[in-house]
Design a binder for this molecule. Structure first.
Ligand SMILES: Nc1ncnc2c1ncn2[C@@H]1O[C@H](COP(=O)(O)OP(=O)(O)OP(=O)(O)O)[C@@H](O)[C@H]1O
Ligand SMILES: [Mg+2]
Length: 394
């Protein structure tokens, strides 16, 4: 039976009704947004590993803050953007697209109308597209633009929540790091308080990179880090999602899915989706769960492990060690692995372990003892376990 409707959305920020956990984080962001309306600009960096749910949290919090705190939310994803000019243009474009037909846009038309183009077959969509030569001055005056914007909308909105997601392309730029610093400083000394809650979203290493480039930023950013879901949250997510499409799930099936998810929302959607598609009677049993997990492991492995790990290893000794590690248990002792290796492999074992740690495939487990490692998560292990045969053939 093919099913046309899956409640799971691998790879996309989650639907509001299926958003699970993150209560404290949402409260924190709401508090910051409130503070920005009273005390002026607040700057936050939301950090967390890939797929942990940063974008989903940012967009969920935006909805809550817009509704409950009456701020205007602007959410921009800056993936692929590498200059400040382009960033500013993209932010204004987002604002224009979301608000062009709303009353708060009225007072704003004057300044930007000449740059707005109607696009699409019926001209329903709009685009903010200033000529190259004007972009730089728009970017230079970004602080004033925001001040003007908050003034013009102040009867309806108490301030602005500006979310800059996926700042990867900018995070290694010294110009960007300095721009943030001077933007924050100028705003702080300006006569009027700018009711702006500025939320940067990215991997922790991006925050580090910005701080390396401009050390004062360490004090500028209020850090909000999100971590893995607890098992209870993962369980609640699966129950909620399957419940939505009237699919029942047995406790033993749920337990193993929770175990393999390891608290990572991105995996929960992949596993949930695979299990949902494999099941053919709207009742998830342990067999469905196991087959779904294997399928999800292949999907995840091809996305994350194959390109970054398997394809990047040239050494044939590394590959043969990886094959042995993959075929072994989830948690392993260096000593046991060593006794299973030939002379050539033994010589490079420590380099191999370091490389795998760096690539995020395995990690040390000091709480279990010295020389003990485990896979970063159970899906990587399942994938490499299945791939062990293929690694051998290369
Ligand atoms: N709180 C949540 N409730 C339910 N699903 C979630 C939640 N957070 C994230 N997800 C799901 O997990 C997956 C990854 O989430 P998201 O894209 O928000 O992560 P991210 O940290 O922004 O990832 P990246 O580092 O790749 O940008 C998506 O499929 C999303 O739908
Ligand atoms: Mg994201």
């Amino acid at each position: 039976m093919t099913k046309d409707y899956s409640p799971f959305t691998p790879g996309k920020p989650v639907d509001k009704e299926l958003f699970v956990g993150r209560k404290e984080e949402v409260e924190f962001l709401k508090r910051k947004a409130e503070q920005s309306t009273e005390m002026g600009m607040q700057t936050i960096f939301l950090a967390g590993e890939r797929g942990i749910g940063k974008s989903s949290l940012a967009s969920f919090a935006k909805d809550v803050i817009e509704k409950e705190s009456k701020l205007l939310g602007i959410y921009t994803s800056l993936g692929g953007i590498n200059t400040i000019d382009k960033m500013v243009a993209k932010i204004i474009d987002r604002f224009v697209k979301d608000n062009y037909d709303k009353s708060i846009f009225e007072g704003f038309k004057g300044s930007f109308n000449k740059y707005i183009r109607q696009v699409g077959l019926f001209g329903i969509n709009v685009e903010f597209k200033p000529p190259e030569k004007d972009i730089a001055s728009i970017a230079d005056n970004f602080g004033f633009t925001l001040q003007e914007l908050t003034d013009k909308i102040k009867n309806e909105k108490r301030g602005i929540l500006l979310i800059l997601d996926d700042i990867n392309g900018l995070a290694s730029s010294r110009k960007f790091a300095n721009w943030i610093k001077s933007f924050v400083d100028e705003t702080a000394v300006s006569r009027t308080k700018l009711p702006l809650c500025l939320l940067f979203v990215g991997l922790e290493e991006r925050r580090q990179s910005l701080i390396d480039l401009q050390p004062s930023l360490v004090r500028v950013f209020d850090l909000l880090e999100i971590s893995n879901w607890t098992d209870e949250e993962t369980e609640a997510f699966y129950r909620e999602a399957f419940g939505k499409v009237n699919v029942s799930i047995r406790k033993d099936a749920l337990d193993i899915m929770v175990q393999f998810t390891g608290g990572l929302p991105v995996f929960a959607h992949e596993i949930g989706d695979a299990v949902f598609r494999i099941d053919d009677d709207d009742k998830i049993n342990i067999g469905d769960a196991k087959r779904g997990i294997m399928l999800a492991a292949v999907i995840i492995g091809r996305k994350y492990v194959k390109p970054g790990v398997l394809n990047s290893i040239q050494s044939k000794h590394y590959l043969s060690i990886l094959r042995k590690v993959g075929a072994g248990p989830f948690e392993f002792k260096r000593k046991d692995l060593l006794s299973n290796l030939n002379k050539n492999e033994r010589e490079v074992l420590d380099k191999f372990l370091n490389k795998m740690k760096k690539l995020g495939v395995i990690r040390a487990v000091p709480e279990s003892g010295r020389g003990i490692y485990c896979f970063q998560n159970r899906l990587y292990h399942a994938y490499l376990f299945m791939e062990a045969g293929n690694i051998r053939k290369r």
